[in-house]
Design a protein. Structure first.
Lengths: 114, 117
C-alpha cells in the first residue's frame, strides 16, 4: 500500500513569490491534515479536512495561506506571497475514520524562502 | 492551555541498555496519546498509541509506553536499545471526543535519542 505522497520534496523561492504544495493521501483515508514543522520543533496543525470540508483551519494564516481539497482526495496548500519566516517543512498526513486512529505522514516539503 | 512536554532535548544510551524518553501532557478530559519517530529527511512514523485499557501499550520495533494518569505521563521505553533506534521522537496527544480540539494532534518539541555502540 502506498503511503502519503507529497511533492515537491524541496522548494527554494524568493520572498514575495507564490508557492504550492501537493499531497495525495492514503487511499480511503477521509481525513487529511497539513502541518507546519519548524526546525527543532514538533509539527503544528495548519488545517484539517474531513472529506472536502475544512473542519479546523483556526491555525491557518488566512491572509497568505490557502488550501483546497476539491474532490475529497488530493489537497493543495498555497502560500502567496511567501515570507522569510515561512521557511519550514510542510507535512501532510491522513487518517481513516475516528479520531483514535493514528495519522500517517508524508515525507514533507522543505521550503526555503530567500 | 493544552500542551505536551518532552523535558529532555536529547537522551544518550549505550547499545543494549534500556532507554526511556519522557513525556508529560496537560489536556482537558481523557486524551488519546501517541508516539512517533522521525528519521532524517523522512516523515513521522507511528510507533504506538494509548486509547483506553491496559496502561502498558506495546508498539513497533520493540517499543512500549506506560500511561500514568495521576502523573499525566506517557513515557516511551525499550528494554534494549539498538544503534538503529537513534532518531527524533515525538510524543503527541489528541484530546478525546467532545472537546474543541477533536481530531487535532498536539505534539511535544521532540527528543533526540542517540544510541552509541
Amino acid at each position: 500500500e502506498a503511503g502519503v505522497v507529497q511533492s515537491p520534496r524541496y522548494k527554494i523561492i524568493e520572498k514575495k513569490q507564490p508557492v504550492a504544495f501537493w499531497c495525495n493521501p492514503i487511499s480511503g483515508h477521509n481525513t487529511l491534515y497539513w502541518y507546519l514543522q519548524n526546525l527543532g520543533q514538533g509539527p503544528e496543525l495548519l488545517i484539517r479536512y474531513e472529506n472536502e470540508e475544512a473542519v479546523d483551519d483556526s491555525q491557518l494564516p488566512k491572509d497568505r495561506f490557502s488550501a483546497e481539497r476539491l474532490k475529497g482526495v488530493d489537497s493543495t496548500l498555497k502560500i502567496q506571497p511567501a515570507e522569510l519566516g515561512d521557511s519550514a517543512v510542510y507535512l501532510c498526513a491522513s487518517s481513516a475514520g475516528s479520531s483514535y486512529n493514528e495519522q500517517f505522514f508524508g515525507p514533507g516539503t522543505r521550503l526555503t524562502v530567500l | 492551555a493544552q500542551s505536551v512536554a518532552q523535558p529532555e532535548d536529547q537522551v544518550n544510551v549505550a547499545e543494549g541498555n534500556p532507554l526511556t524518553v519522557k513525556c508529560t501532557y496537560s489536556v482537558s478530559g481523557n486524551p488519546y496519546l501517541f508516539w512517533y519517530v522521525q528519521y532524517p529527511n523522512r516523515g513521522l512514523q507511528f510507533l504506538l498509541k494509548y486509547i483506553t485499557g491496559d496502561n502498558l501499550v506495546k508498539g513497533s520495533y520493540g517499543f512500549e509506553a506506560e500511561f500514568n494518569k495521576s502523573q499525566t505521563s506517557f513515557h516511551l521505553k525499550k528494554p534494549s536499545a539498538l544503534v538503529s533506534d537513534s532518531a527524533l521522537y515525538f510524543c503527541a496527544v489528541r484530546p478525546q471526543e467532545g472537546s474543541s480540539n477533536t481530531g487535532k494532534l498536539i505534539f511535544g518539541q521532540g527528543t533526540t535519542l542517540q544510541v552509541k555502540p
